[in-house]
Write a protein that binds this ligand. Sequence first.
Ligand code: ADP
Length: 238
Amino acid sequence: KRNERERKKLDEMKREWVAGISHDLKTPLTYITGYSAMLLSDQHTWSDEEKHTFMRNIHEKGIHMQELIQDLSLSLQMNDAHLPLQIEETDMVEFIRRLVADVGNDPRARDFPIRFHCAVEHHPFFFDAKLLQRALHNLMMNAIIHNPPGTPIHVLLRFQEGVELIIADYGVGMDEETLEHLFQKYFRGTSTDQPDDGTGLGMAIARGFILAHGGDIQVTSQSGKGTTVRVILPRNPI
Ligand code: ADP
């Protein structure tokens, strides 16, 4: 009975999700076609500033679509337990520093400084850089999207047995329902104030990739106060 109910709920979420994703892809496309049509129109001469605004909008919407499509294909690849890893030795500090810079360059991060703290300059570690990049990028983007403008988010990297990475924001936080379903595929929380911005896959993908390394992810959050995500990775990934 319980399984049946769960299955129905998942089916319903999937249906809602397909409807949502079609809408999510259509919205940025409408902007892209609209702004490019305006740029190409010979009915009107646009100032350089106007042109720049249109092009920036096209670029931002394009990036958003890219992320949606990447998440979609990653979630199809991600067959939870048996994800093939390509483990290589990489400098973890450098890797996170580059990721922070990368996230900081996203137009959505313009008003959200990211403070990176790490006591050491270098620390070699074994992991699948591509998968971890994707997982941690999702976590950092979530922190940024839910943070109040002007407030920094904090990224803290520590080495003990393995790796401990903490990402803290001071934003809307999550209610109990969101916390409970956070890692479910297709789930989009009630704390999301920009409903067009997500796929409901980011956290599921992040968790899948971290677990595939033999690691763990823990989230603590308080409505209205913010969210702290803690990622643990073992020294020797399985
Ligand atoms: P989405 O694509 O909707 O962001 P995710 O799987 O990344 O999907 O996240 C699921 C939900 O969890 C989000 O819709 C949002 O409500 C909530 N969430 C994730 N990260 C945060 C955060 N840092 N602060 C508040 N809510 C968050």
